[in-house]
Design a protein around this ligand. Structure first.
Ligand code: MLT
Length: 400
């Protein structure tokens, strides 16, 4: 008899953003003719920039001619893109990451969910609380229990410190900075402490840098590899989704350095790069040629200028949201080096969510959806048009 994977019964039956979409649909059905403004899921609204569009059009033309047509591409990603990434995202910042350590994918969500497959079932996992739900859910689906939650609070500036968890025998720690959902950033010293701890304890850091393009404060690390020793203990996830509007086009990448390893049951070192290559070549056929040509264009002079302008536009939205809530007397965090504003809403998160949805027709994300320590907060996304953000702010002021 076929049995189901009962670990699925240990996670919420609906993914956070599916639950929100369900509530929004019910609200819209009950209020026909009203216009809902979405500041919930972090989905971009501004179109792909002209440099990317032109590159994608050229790629479509390539696909239309026998001589330039591409079928399956390399599972690890085309060299033209991996070499641009190695140069622009790392070498230009003085970081050593080679093109063959970069694995292009169809986005950071899949990679952040899949990376745990490389580790044993008894790996002791730790995540921040609140946290992007994918890290937790994918580990629970794989049968890992006892996930350690590291509270990210006002008191610690939403950055947990390894010293507080050193006694717990952690093996695999997920860090995300700029943080989803709190919008907090980690200083180089704070990240270095995690790297030093991981190297001393034989743990691995999975560093999610999907929001690095939003960093404007000088000195805040864009990559974990800015820390000494990180090549031995960290993999890094990156995405073109928020950087360049690829939530629909789909492209991201993961860096697995040659030096990073875990151990087998005999205690021998096993490098992770060949394992990740084996996993990807078996289960993934590569991101589309068209998406990869578009991603390559993000690094052209025009692409850099245009994508930066769009990120600046969202950051200005974030400032408007943050200042509006602050003016209403709410304590706000994030929204400076991040598209997310994290607001202390002084009441249960889902009550606040329902209140704004019903009274203002504005969708937010309840902090409690990211974990118990998110209770009492709301995450407001800056991904929308200026017109919608301004209108949402006015509606929220009236509703509150
Ligand atoms: C979010 O809203 O947290 C993100 O859009 C989710 C994601 O990137 O998968």
């Amino acid at each position: 008899m076929l049995h189901v994977n009962e670990n699925y019964s240990k996670i919420s039956p609906t993914y956070l953003f599916a639950e929100i979409a369900h509530r929004v649909a019910a609200h819209e059905a009950a209020n026909p003719g009203t216009r809902t403004i979405r500041l919930g899921i972090g989905d971009v609204t501004e179109p792909l920039c002209p440099a990317v569009i032109e590159a994608m059009h050229r790629a479509v033309d390539d696909e239309s001619r026998r001589e330039t047509f591409r079928g399956y591409g390399p599972e690890q990603g085309y060299a033209f893109l991996r070499e641009r990434i190695a140069e622009a995202d790392f070498a230009e910042r003085g970081i050593a990451v080679s093109a063959d350590e970069i694995f292009v994918s169809d986005g950071a969500k899949c990679d952040s969910g899949n990376i745990q497959e490389l580790f044993s079932q008894d790996a002791r996992v730790a995540v921040g609380d609140p946290v992007y739900p994918v890290y937790v859910d994918t580990n629970v689906m794989a049968g890992r229990g006892g996930i350690a939650l590291m509270p990210c609070t006002k008191e610690n500036g939403f950055v947990p410190s390894p010293g507080d968890f050193a006694a717990q025998g952690l093996d695999l720690v997920y860090l995300c900075y700029p943080n989803n959902p709190t919008g907090a950033v980690a200083t180089k010293g704070q990240l270095q402490a995690w790297v030093d701890w991981a190297n001393e304890s034989g743990a691995l850091v999975v560093f999610d840098a999907a929001y690095e393009a939003f960093i404007r404060t000088p000195g805040i690390p864009h990559s974990i590899y800015e820390c000494e020793g990180a090549r031995k203990c960290a993999v890094e996830l990156r995405s073109f989704s928020k950087t360049a509007g690829f939530t629909g086009a789909r492209c991201g990448y993961t860096v697995v350095p040659d030096e990073v390893f875990a151990r087998d049951s005999s205690g021998a070192k096993v490098p992770l790069k060949p394992m990740w290559a084996r996993r990807q070549t078996t289960k993934f056929n590569g991101a589309s040629y068209i998406a990869q040509r578009g991603a390559e264009a993000v690094y052209s002079p025009e692409g850099r200028e245009q994508t930066k302008a769009t990120v600046d536009f969202y950051l200005e939205n974030a400032r408007l949201v943050r200042e509006a809530f602050a003016a209403m007397g709410y304590e706000c965090f994030g929204g400076v080096d991040s598209p997310y504003v994290w607001v202390d809403v002084k009441r249960p998160s889902w009550d606040f969510f329902d209140l704004l949805l019903s009274r203002a027709g504005v969708v937010t994300t309840p902090g409690a959806g990211f974990g118990a320590a998110g209770e009492g907060f709301a995450r407001i996304s800056a991904f929308n048009s200026r017109e919608n953000v301004l209108e949402a702010v006015e509606r929220i002021k009236k509703a509150l």
